[in-house]
Design a protein around this ligand. Structure first.
Ligand code: AQP
Length: 336
């Protein structure tokens, strides 16, 4: 039974990178589920992952609501997909413990997300180190077969595949080996508007480095106008040597559906300064309906809580049989 699982951290305002790298695919999978291709699409706001980096409680609470509203505004339909908050389903950390007992420290230390994030911290929390084990538990708890993620997450999902294989080898066939579903192939990693050598990121302190899905049209124009490019004025696509302008072309391409080549041909007579306004307009138009819906939803916290409650019930129903099977195979007792 093909099942889709993916998650997003409520670590800040959801940006274009999250949208084009992940959420847009989530909506497509949901459409394909309606057509009978998948049994379930399970999407989680992964708040336990968010606290692997220190969070202010009020900000986190707001970000959780905002993440749920954003997903709904982007087209996640709670009647079609299961949308829930990770901490509402305690089996996630429970399975994570079991899988942690099959993980080794060198494997975890080698994963690039850990290396990048731990570099920025004086004291590295254990949770950051074991983050990929919890991510594996998120996926395997639903016996997911397909995991749509951005390119920056590939190695973490490969780690989940490895844990599934290891568990199956020791205890007999239990988990599906989840497939990694990448949008647009390996190149779809949006870059920071300020430092194009880095990816666009929610938790980067400089808000000008990303375009949030709820940024106003003026903010979008301003951020793109100030984005870092280089000293060549022609608009050409070359991510290796011209990461700044190529990132803008990629954003434009994702918003308009045109290829990078088509875009470069059509703006031959513009310099990068003028081209930025073309990109900004495409982004503003693309995000307009999402932003409008999102502003409406943020006024309805009780409705958002209801959606999460229903999602939690469905998530528990799906995950319990898998957890019971794990308990039986490992020899520990399920709690009921
Ligand atoms: N820049 C990006 N380009 C393409 N895809 C991206 N994703 C993240 N950044 C980009 C994809 O978005 C999904 C949700 O991401 P996440 O919440 O799990 O956290 P992340 O990957 O660590 O993303 P951020 O925005 O950089 O958050 P912080 O700053 O908290 O670490 C994932 O599928 C991811 O691949």
């Amino acid at each position: 039974q093909p099942r889709v699982f993916s998650g997003i951290q409520p670590t800040g305002e959801i940006h274009l990178g999250n949208y084009f790298g992940a959420i847009r695919q989530w909506v497509r999978f949901q459409d394909e589920k309606k057509a009978g291709k998948y049994e379930q699409c399970i999407y989680s706001v992964v708040d336990l992952h968010a606290i692997t980096i220190p969070q202010d409680r009020d900000v986190l609470e707001k970000n959780i609501f905002q993440a749920v509203a954003t997903l709904l505004a982007c087209g996640i339909d709670p009647n079609e997909s299961i949308l829930f908050l990770q901490s509402h389903v305690p089996l996630h950390p429970q399975l994570s413990w079991v899988l942690g007992c099959l993980s080794t420290m060198p494997q975890l230390g080698r994963l690039p997300n850990f290396r990048d994030k731990s570099k920025k911290l004086k004291e590295v929390p254990l949770g950051l180190y074991t983050y990929p084990v919890l991510q594996a538990a998120d996926i395997l708890l639903y016996n997911a077969t397909h995991v749509p993620v951005g390119e920056d997450n590939v190695q973490q999902i490969q780690f989940a595949q490895l844990l599934a294989q290891r568990f199956n080898r020791i205890h007999g066939r239990t988990f599906n080996i989840p497939k990694i579903m990448l949008e647009g192939g390996m190149w779809c990693r949006l870059r920071s508007l300020r430092k194009p050598e880095n990816k666009m990121s929610k938790s980067e302190p400089d808000a000008k480095s990303r375009i949030g899905l709820t940024d106003s049209p003026d903010e979008i124009v301003e951020k793109i106008k100030k984005s870092v490019t280089d000293f060549t004025s022609a608009v050409t696509y070359d991510p290796e040597t011209r990461p700044g302008v190529s990132n803008l072309i990629m954003i434009h391409s994702l918003c308009s559906g045109q290829s990078a080549e088509e875009i470069c041909n059509s703006v031959q007579d513009l310099d990068t300064g003028k081209y930025k306004f073309v990109v900004a307009e495409a982004v503003v138009e693309h995000l307009r309906p999402i932003r409008t819906k999102m502003i409406e939803l943020m006024k309805e916290p009780a409705y958002l809580l209801d959606i999460l409650k229903i999602g939690t019930e469905k998530a528990i129903t799906l995950s319990e049989p898998v957890w019971n099977d794990v308990c039986f195979k490992v020899g520990i007792s399920p709690s009921h």
